[in-house]
Design a protein around this ligand. Sequence first.
Ligand SMILES: Cc1cc2nc3c(=O)[nH]c(=O)nc-3n(C[C@H](O)[C@H](O)[C@H](O)COP(=O)(O)O)c2cc1C
Ligand SMILES: C=C(O[C@@H]1CC(C(=O)O)=C[C@@H](OP(=O)(O)O)[C@H]1O)C(=O)O
Length: 390
Amino acid sequence: MRYLTAGESHGKQLTTIIEGIPSNMPLLQEDINQSLIRRQKGHGRGKRMQIEKDMAEITSGVRHGYTLGSPIALVIHNDDFKHWADIMGEHPIHEGAERKLRRTVSRPRPGHADLNGALKYGHRDMRNVLERSSARETAARVAAGSVAKILLRQLGIEVSGYVKEIGGIIADDQPAFTMTERQQVSEESPVRTLDKAVEQDMMDAIDQAKKDGDSIGGVAEVYVEGVPAGVGSYAQYDRKLDSRIAGSVVSINAFKGVEFGLGFKAARKNGSEVHDEIAWDETNGYYRETNRLGGFEGGMTTGMPIVVKGVMKPIPTLYKPLKSVDIESKESFNASIERSDSCAVPAASVVMEHIVAFEVAKAMTEQFPSDQFPKLKQTIDDYREEIRCF
Ligand SMILES: Cc1cc2nc3c(=O)[nH]c(=O)nc-3n(C[C@H](O)[C@H](O)[C@H](O)COP(=O)(O)O)c2cc1C
Ligand SMILES: C=C(O[C@@H]1CC(C(=O)O)=C[C@@H](OP(=O)(O)O)[C@H]1O)C(=O)O
């Protein structure tokens, strides 16, 4: 399984092409749209989210609600395009064109891709960089991930993403949540806490940052339940599933780090406090009483839930100006902006959920290859039984 995305933030549309989804799998546009709606929610987003109403259109690869086994193409239209049509136009700008069209972006924002992208691609107009480096692209990635989630759900695997921390305020850390509770939590609210006061504190922190012209980051967590033991491989570095997940999490805009299970806390503990003892019973086969390692040993799943956290830095575009240099005049100036999110951790937790889902689905379809979904399901059911009796 793989996917590619295309599209500029203020261009006409985002396009996603997914390859490798087996045939005869039920897939409805409405299920993809549920995920897109969730990504748009969350306190702290700027005015852009009031303009967009993200909806995916399946343009290829599905007939009568079932996948064909051919590439699946999804399109999401940018409602904001109507305000940018001239600026985003595909025709060259001629002498005498309106000033608005000729105005280029020459002032790079610290923390965004502007300057490095301009240097790399030789763009003197940094709009050519910011249009594609924008996290608008994560809508296309959520669309791809939602197809992966639909595949996984039918194999008995559930993926749930939620906010763990915003601006230093930490959500409920109880490991006792059942999957049903986790799902309810991430569907009703992006914050993993049953304590509404904590959620309110987070929203207050976001409002305060916005008032101060600043931005805040946080931590998102993804929980995957139902993956059998032994998915991924120790045999080659690029087949380790934890490494693939880590790479894909850091590929999300503004994500700077990843932890599995205890994560960085493991550095301050003894081995006896970190490793999960192995147990066995007739009904379940091998299992662990604890899940400190977050579901991975040797690049393979242990059969325990995958628990992965990602840290998001604060949004780089700030109302409070930071010093930068104009690439035309070379003069120092204070970078400030017209609109931006002040915190996007809730939206990013939904993005992370879908990105992790894609990596897990990719590993499952690689390990149990089948062109037809019912056969894939049968092979995985057989494998579950085989390891239960091992
Ligand atoms: C859901 C989401 C929304 C974001 N919104 C903004 C935004 O409004 N303004 C901004 O400057 N950066 C925003 N970012 C972060 C930038 O896209 C990101 O910092 C930039 O692409 C540079 O990449 P890097 O931070 O990974 O180095 C957002 C990120 C995510 C995941
Ligand atoms: C459009 C989305 O996020 C955008 C990500 C983003 C950035 O610089 O990453 C900047 C903002 O865009 P704009 O400059 O149009 O206000 C966000 O709104 C989205 O999440 O769909």
